[in-house]
Design a protein around this ligand. Structure first.
Ligand SMILES: O=C[C@H](O)[C@H](O)COP(=O)(O)O
Ligand SMILES: C=C(OP(=O)(O)O)C(=O)O
Length: 450
């Protein structure tokens, strides 16, 4: 039997429309946006509310130190790259990192992609100028195209429908890979095939061999391995384009409450987390587990006020704070936040995004990051939580399963000249497959030390 929603709850889902919504595209035609919203509202949800509830329970465990979140994927997914090869390589990378973390740290790892919906980006500037020509900035494939022509840069709401369909196809393949046998832990070696031999892969092979031996031993003892065949894999993206998120929000017939069914987990970005802003209001009204990015200027009072607004009933796992302070600032900026939030005794899951506070421009002009800074921020995150007695609950990273050259350093020693070889991202630099594995080994060690 379905539960009827409270009419006030349904009306509240549109209250963001009278608030300031930052980082929205300047859509040229409001009627076209309304038409697309109607079409999206009539399409099936991408996820089931019950799956979001399972994730809330998993994130609650991460908040208590009984699990660890690994959230990773592109800075910005693109329509052109929503291919089987790309999706498979990203999943393989996340599965491999998860194996390294699970084995190294003896903790269950919650696997979540910045995938199947990460098609919109907040930007520092509304415009981009090249050779004296100024056009609207690229805001992700859900909004406009990257090509630098006046026509391509005009925000087009029909792209929201494309974003929905690409997300749907991506999620379909993710579900096939993660439940159809590809993610079976007994294939742990095969996820490494096709990558060139190097230090991180050799280290991975050694771990995989140990896991294999343990599995063979348990099999010989008569253990039942059905549970190893499938893995839980959750989708997530920044809930930036409120017309899209609203249209994908549905009333759960089991409970009469609202879920944003565009993904299992949605987060609010550093640029849109104003307490009286539209994004915070909208996500306060859906029941998914949600995150908020917190940059180095966040005060403890900001964090506490966000908890009041976004998780007034103190549901464990509902609210994740994703801190992105920068390696140079985390040790001074994070303690005051963590101390006060911890002293409140209220549940929050703390996750480290070591990417967004460490962006630099290289001498040759590439937007990049140093792997050393990224790892140093993760180290600082663990140090602060250990000192305060709180729980470092996870990692949020921009990565790809491919062999790109966007982040400096790592055992391949990518330098400024090397960036030009395969710099493919349209917005922010991502760890490549090897750098991602290197990071997993180091983070497993950090967890183990605790
Ligand atoms: O991914 C994060 C932001 O969208 C990105 O850093 C903004 O980049 P910009 O400063 O190039 O606009
Ligand atoms: C824009 C992002 O991050 P932040 O809001 O932390 O800058 C992002 O994660 O894509």
């Amino acid at each position: 039997m379905s539960v009827a929603p409270d009419p006030a709850l349904v009306a509240g889902l549109d209250s963001w429309r009278s608030m300031q919504a930052r980082q929205q595209p300047a859509w040229p035609d409001a009627a076209a946006v309304e038409q697309v919203s109607r079409e999206l509202s009539a399409l099936p949800p991408l996820v089931f509310a019950g799956e979001a509830d399972v994730l809330t329970a998993r994130l609650a465990a991460a908040g208590r130190g009984e699990a660890f979140l690994l959230q990773g994927g592109d800075c910005a997914e693109t329509f052109a790259e929503a291919t089987a090869d790309n999706i498979r390589n990203k999943i393989k990378t996340i599965l491999q990192m998860a194996v390294v973390l699970t084995y190294g740290a003896s903790l269950p790892v919650i696997k979540m992609g910045r995938m199947a919906g990460q098609y919109a980006k907040p930007r520092s500037s509304d415009d981009e100028t090249r050779d004296g020509v100024t056009l609207p900035a690229y805001r992700g494939d859900a909004v406009n195209a990257h090509a630098f022509t006046p026509q391509e840069r005009i925000p087009d709401p029909r792209r929201l429908l494309d974003a929905y369909h690409r997300s749907s196809a991506t999620l379909n393949l993710i579900r096939a890979f993660t439940t159809g046998g590809f993610a079976d832990l007994r294939r742990v070696h095969e996820w490494n095939r096709g990558f060139l031999a190097n230090k991180a892969y050799a280290q991975y092979e050694a771990t995989a061999e140990q896991i294999d031996r343990a599995i063979r031993f348990m099999a010989a003892c008569g253990a039942d391995f059905d549970a190893l065949r499938t893995v839980e894999f959750f989708s997530s993206h920044e809930a930036l384009l409120l017309d899209y998120e609203r249209a994908l929000t549905r009333i759960d017939s089991r409970t009469g409450t609202a879920y944003d069914c565009s993904a299992h987990f949605l987060w609010i970005g550093e640029r849109t987390r104003q307490l009286d802003g539209a994004h915070v209001d909208f996500l306060s009204r859906v029941r998914n587990p949600i995150g908020v990015k917190l940059g180095p200027t966040t005060s403890a009072d900001d964090a506490l006020a966000l908890m009041d607004k976004l998780n007034p009933s103190d549901v464990p796992g509902r609210l994740t704070f994703i801190t992105r302070m920068g390696a140079g600032r985390i040790r001074e900026a994070l303690p005051q936040l963590v101390e006060k939030v911890t002293a409140s005794g209220r549940p929050v899951t703390w996750v480290c995004d070591p990417m967004h506070g460490n962006t630099i421009t290289s001498d040759s002009g590439y937007k990049t990051r140093r792997l050393a800074d990224v790892l140093d921020e993760v180290r600082g995150f663990f140090e602060v939580h250990r000192a305060v007695g709180s729980v470092p609950g996870g990692l949020h990273v921009e990565l790809t399963g491919d062999d790109v050259t966007e982040v400096l350093g790592g055992s391949e020693e990518i330098d400024d000249a090397g960036l030009a070889l395969r710099y493919e991202t349209l917005v922010d630099p991502r760890l490549n497959h090897q750098q991602s594995l290197e990071m997993a080994f180091q983070v497993a060690e950090m967890i183990r030390q605790g």
